[in-house]
Design a protein around this ligand. Structure first.
Ligand SMILES: [Fe+2]
Ligand SMILES: [Fe+2]
Length: 228
């Protein structure tokens, strides 16, 4: 992973960043799904240059590193859920949320190159832990998987809101593009959270215990991924 990023950075050859198009992947209508207002829109995030001077590098490093780790973990959770429930009635719903997580991860991969941020050393751990959490919750059944989604997505939405506040306090103009990305992803995660609730997450046995345990794990993952 690090090698891939380093060679990508070398290819960039400086602070010049290629334009990227962040396509919104709308959640299609289907069983239990609803169309997303404005979901057809695509958001163009075209940074021709990220000025390294003047940015609060430690803050930006921390934000991008932890968000990349979070999106990576989310991808592994949905992969685990799909391994168990892919052929069930909620397979399409989970797949569509996973597809959005793939877009999120792709964007943070690009931002890591643009801002020259290294990934967390914990990626191999999140690889396994995310999959185990996803598959484990799915083994509890469809509602268990959705309870996991609600817990994780609520934590991530909250986390993104904290980052939005931090960046606005820092300089909303300077971090305009990053704010746009994080706000859009926060909305996507909020939507995943709502989909989980619509699919009876709260009807899972021991829902609050499960939710609290998963959210404690998310807090620990955020704390660690920001720092190492
Ligand atoms: Fe995400
Ligand atoms: Fe999500």
């Amino acid at each position: 992973m690090t090698d891939v990023l380093l060679s990508a950075m070398a290819a960039v050859g400086g602070p010049v960043v290629r334009c990227s198009l962040l396509q919104r992947r709308p959640l299609r209508c289907g069983p239990g799904l609803r169309p997303v207002p404005g979901g057809e829109a695509s958001l163009r995030l075209c940074s021709t240059r990220v000025a390294q001077e003047g940015i609060n590098k430690p803050v930006i490093d921390r934000i991008i590193r932890v968000d990349h780790a979070g999106e990576y973990g989310a991808n592994r959770i949905y992969a685990g859920q799909m391994a168990v429930l892919g052929r069930s009635s909620v397979g399409a719903v989970i797949q569509q949320m996973w597809d959005q997580e793939k877009d999120h991860l792709k964007k943070f991969n690009e931002l890591m190159v643009a801002y020259r941020v290294r990934p967390t050393v914990l990626l191999p751990f999140w690889n396994v832990a995310g999959f185990v959490l996803g598959a484990g919750s799915a083994l509890l059944g469809k509602k268990g998987a959705m309870a996991c989604t609600v817990a994780v997505e609520e934590s991530i939405s909250e986390h993104y809101n904290n980052q939005i506040r931090t960046l606005i306090e820092e300089d909303p103009e300077k971090y305009k593009e990053l704010l746009l990305v994080i706000k859009q992803f926060r909305d996507d995660e909020q939507e995943h959270h709502d989909i989980g609730l619509e699919h009876d997450a709260e009807a899972t046995p021991a829902y609050s215990v499960l939710k609290t345990a998963i959210q404690l794990g998310c807090k620990a993952a955020i704390f660690l991924s920001e720092r190492i």
